[in-house]
Design a binder for this molecule. Structure first.
Ligand code: BJ8
Length: 422
């Protein structure tokens, strides 16, 4: 721990505030995760990664930097990881899920900004995030209005390269996106001093696809009854996918899936067979935003899937691996990313089908739609999703909340009432 302190000091973190954050996080993790029954053996990996997320993982990243590798931090699953990996750089997720530095953030963005945005700004301003401080390049993107305006302000305290994500799925939008993928590729080349060849990009595509395949395998196994893994652990695996080394992560998730398969054939689970099964859908839940899963699984239900960017939206689609030339690979990457059904697109009809199909595939008895307060795109879509799910005979509860713990009791009451109707 003393070596970690020296490293945090070097990264110019606010040591006192950071200690306080780690303490709260540790307690929170103990209450929400370590208290669970029938956890998988593979959960040791999750506990370890999380306990060392600001420790050993940052040390690894610092060591890689000392060997000349670069670190790229992003806030959105639109930033093509394949390209980062092709340049032998490290790709990390930066969006934050804790109520820290909110008051500071409100000096830079309006109060009626969603908690996710305030959190990443607050973490930077309060000097709490070793991942931001380790990043050689920070990537923003033009998705929702909240984010795109926030990056203008954020750029003043942390230089931010912004990718233009189109708002529609027209052919012109796809052309724009392909040109943005190419612009990102050149930017990564100049940051790293590497030339991205077809061979290197092929490898980057394979690493990212393997990670997605492991997550797809996990998603499919969660359709089993009784539920073989808790929603809390399912979410944590998806959260960790943004921090850990992708090759190690893939191997560990596949091991965990082997264990799940054994459990499923032994008909063992984390909750009895008749436990109501719920799917979460909506805004991403970044570490350590475990509030809703905690409430739901404390209300007699089990979560069987997450339709979000920290969930199936990030693993559902693969990049076609058959391309051989660099330009064909870039096309394959552009096409894969254009399938992302983020609520920032208009229209975004495919998400309606994707949510319904996933809920059916996972044998969910109901869906909880989760929007962060002040998130226009997802609160709008919550209404549409409610309609299509109703037609499909799948009940839905819409929740709007933020990162504070003030509404936990109220959420519990609503979730319990919903679970009783299932
Ligand atoms: S691809 S979901 S990661 S943009 S919650 S900041 S939308 S006001 S996060 Fe996202 Fe990329 Fe889309 Fe996925 Fe805005 Fe809503 Fe806040 Fe949000």
């Amino acid at each position: 721990a003393t070596t970690h302190r020296a490293m945090w000091e070097k990264l110019d973190l606010d040591l006192e505030a950071h200690d306080a954050l780690l303490e709260v996080l540790g307690k929170f993790y103990g209450d929400i995760y370590l208290s669970q029954n029938n956890r998988l053996q593979g959960a040791e990996y999750l506990d370890f990664v999380l306990s060392e997320v600001h420790g050993l993982r940052i040390q690894e990243i610092q060591d890689a930097k000392a060997n000349g590798r670069k670190v790229i931090g992003s806030f959105c699953v639109f930033v093509p990881e394949e390209i980062t990996l092709a340049a032998d750089a490290i790709h990390v997720g930066l969006c934050a899920g804790a109520d820290a530095g909110t008051e500071l953030a409100e000096q830079l963005v309006p109060r009626n900004t969603c908690a996710l945005i305030k959190s990443f700004i607050g973490f930077k301003m309060a000097k709490l995030c070793p991942f931001i401080e380790s990043s050689d390049m920070i990537i923003g993107e033009t998705t929702c209005d909240g984010k795109k305006k926030a990056y203008e302000a954020f750029n003043e305290i942390a230089p931010t390269y912004v990718m233009e994500v189109p708002q529609t799925k027209s052919p012109a939008a796809r052309d724009l996106w392909k040109s943005e993928v190419k612009r990102y590729l050149s930017e990564v080349e100049s940051l790293t001093g590497q030339t991205i060849t077809a061979e290197k990009l092929k490898k980057g595509i394979r690493i990212a696809n393997d990670k997605r395949r492991a997550l797809q395998r996990l998603t499919a196994l969660r359709a089993a009854s009784p539920a073989p893994i808790s929603g809390r652990d399912g979410l944590l695996i998806n959260q960790i996918s943004f921090y850990d080394d992708p090759i190690r992560f893939t191997a560990k998730v596949n091991e965990l899936c082997d264990e799940l398969e054994e459990r499923i054939s032994a008909k063992e689970g984390v909750a009895p067979t008749n436990t109501p099964r719920l799917m979460l859908s909506g805004c991403p839940m970044a570490v350590p935003n475990w509030k809703l899963p905690y409430v739901v699984e404390g209300s007699g239900a089990v979560i069987v899937g997450e339709e979000s960017c920290i969930g199936t939206r990030n693993s559902r689609d693969l990049v076609d691996e058959s391309a051989e030339t660099l330009d064909d690979m870039i096309d394959a990457i552009a096409d894969r990313y254009m399938k992302i059904d983020c609520a920032c697109f208009t229209p975004n009809e495919e998400r309606l089908d994707n949510v319904t199909n996933l809920a059916k595939k996972l044998n969910a008895d109901g869906v909880i739609h989760y929007s962060l307060l002040f998130c226009q795109p997802y609160s709008h879509e919550s209404m549409k999703i409610n309609n299509v799910l109703q037609e499909a005979g799948i009940p839905m509860l819409s929740i709007e909340t933020d990162y504070s713990m003030e509404d936990v009791e109220q959420l519990k009451t609503r979730v319990e009432a919903f679970v009783e109707t299932l």
